[in-house]
Ligand binder design. Structure first.
Ligand code: FHN
Length: 485
């Protein structure tokens, strides 16, 4: 699949003028391929297999926290409602920039309780947390040596990130730092570089960005990775060499550090995937607020999906309008992600005082209740190449080989169809909640079965059935003949 895509991208790329020389390389499966020579493209073909990345792959569920000055207006300014994402309110014509830029003088979240946040995340079942150290507005939630625009100059006056890292570390939840390269506060920041003056100013911005990133990793050495954002500007897309060098420096600072595909552009300004179609970074970060449909869509890469609870609100908005996802929908997205080898990260937007809103607390509790019973189908699990059925999703534990059927649409007759590859037998089949019960399995066709769930107690929440497959030769059963047509 990867090579088909590579071929297609290469064909498109080669028709463009002025691209680099073409060289022959070998793909991971040792088949020769032709590529454009890139100095700053992907540095690794295939997924990382080290222990830190293995842990990342096995998280299943994460928590995203968007918190910053935008939580103070909460999507309103002078009584007017802002319909965009709350953290973008500064860019709204009805809110003057100067008014936004003074909000730090009001940042004093007296309800901020990092231990309570971490405990809530733990009981929801999150294995990792991503916190906005600095969003596009440029306000830093840590004491930064390189700007005045940080927590220490707010009435709150002290570090937010350090206590959060400590609290989440204490709960055994890995911490990742979100960092927006785009920075509306820095005088050197430009979205495009049109003049010599722009270029000079941008050099100071690059230095500032480097300093801040190395500072963060120095201050919080238990950080497991960086989650980048705001890297789509034309100015940043020209920074392949700078970003590549900085990525190396960051990786040297914390060995094993995990960085997704949103950080650096390649030599031609391509992001996420380089000009040869190869993933840049340790996992694909392109599934924001959407999910792949099939395993082929993921190209076999590691990936995460970050998801808002309403349609598109990351930071705190006091007035959520439109559809708000239920825990059932979020659990389905989580299971679907895991079934396609991805992690699912649910967003939280605490308010200006540091309280997590009631709706998110409720959802966290409901997801936690489900995870409490069913986490075995999530942690350490990933894709299984059996034909997907309408009842839900399969996940498979990478170590034990156990297979989980997570059922979201229970058929009215309680009979679940399973089509399996030949040479596999279903083995023991039981409800996760009730492992001593053996469910009746009926063979209905060659390699096709019904698992009868009709005598089990009905439940409103997604049910998990465990299959412990065996790979011995199957007993020959009934003769099945193909229809002659
Ligand atoms: O513009 C941001 C947005 O505010 C939010 O932070 C999301 C989270 O993935 N990222 C950007 C849009 O891609």
């Amino acid at each position: 699949m990867k090579s088909i895509l590579r071929g297609a991208i290469l064909a498109v790329a080669l028709t463009g003028a002025g691209l680099g020389s073409v060289i022959a390389q070998k793909a991971p499966d040792n088949t020769p391929r032709t590529s454009i020579a890139l100095e700053h493209g992907s540095h690794q073909l295939g997924n990382r297999t080290d222990l830190m990345m293995e842990s990342w792959r096995n998280y299943g569920l994460g928590q995203f926290i968007h918190w910053g000055l935008y939580a103070i207006p909460g999507g309103h300014w002078e009584g007017k409602y802002y319909g965009g994402a709350a953290e973008w309110i500064r860019s709204w014509k009805d809110m003057p920039n100067e008014a936004y830029d003074k909000l730090y003088k009001e940042f004093d979240p007296q309800n901020f309780d990092p231990k309570a946040w971490a405990k809530q995340a733990k009981s929801m079942g999150a294995k990792y947390m991503i916190i906005t150290t600095k969003h596009h507005d440029g306000f830093c939630l840590w004491p930064s040596e390189y700007t005045e625009y940080d927590v220490t100059n707010s009435p709150y006056g002290k570090d937010i990130i350090g206590p959060l890292v400590e609290a989440y570390d204490a709960e055994g939840i890995d911490v990742y730092l979100y960092f927006s390269v785009m920075d509306w506060n820095h005088p050197g920041y430009r979205s495009k570089l049109e003049t010599e003056e722009d270029r000079e100013a941008y050099e100071s911005f690059k230095e500032f960005t480097r300093n801040q990133l190395l500072e963060l990793l120095g201050l919080y050495p238990t950080t497991k990775g960086l989650w980048f954002d705001g890297t789509w500007d034309a100015a940043w897309k020209e920074q392949a060499a700078f970003a590549d060098k900085l990525e190396t420096e960051m990786r040297e600072k914390i060995p094993g550090l995990i960085i997704g595909s949103r950080f650096r552009p390649d030599d031609y300004g391509n992001r996420h995937f380089d000009s040869n179609g190869d993933l840049m970074g340790d996992y694909e970060q392109g599934w924001e607020r959407k999910l792949p449909e099939t395993f082929e869509d993921t190209k076999g890469n590691d990936w995460d999906c970050v998801m808002t609870v309403p349609e598109n609100q990351w930071g705190y908005h006091s007035d959520w309008r439109g559809h708000v996802k239920t825990s059932f929908e979020l659990i389905e997205m989580l299971v679907k992600s895991v079934s396609l080898n991805g992690n699912f990260v649910m967003n939280f937007g605490p308010d200006g005082q540091g309280s997590i809103r009631q709706e998110e607390t409720q959802l966290a509790a409901e997801i936690g209740d489900w995870m409490n019973v069913n986490h075995e189908a999530i942690y350490g699990c990933g894709y299984l190449d059996w034909k997907k059925q309408d009842w839900g999703y399969y996940t498979k534990n990478r170590e034990t080989g156990k297979i989980y059927m997570v059922v979201f649409n229970m058929p009215l007759n309680g009979a679940l169809k399973v089509k399996i590859p030949s040479k596999v037998s279903l083995g023991k089949v039981s409800p996760l909640e009730n492992p001593k019960t053996n469910l009746e399995v009926e063979e209905i066709h060659r390699d096709e079965y019904l698992i009868h769930f009709e005598n089990q107690k009905s439940s409103n929440s997604p049910v998990v059935i465990v299959i412990e497959p065996s790979f011995s030769e199957k007993q020959e059963g009934a003769e099945y003949q193909k229809a002659k047509t």
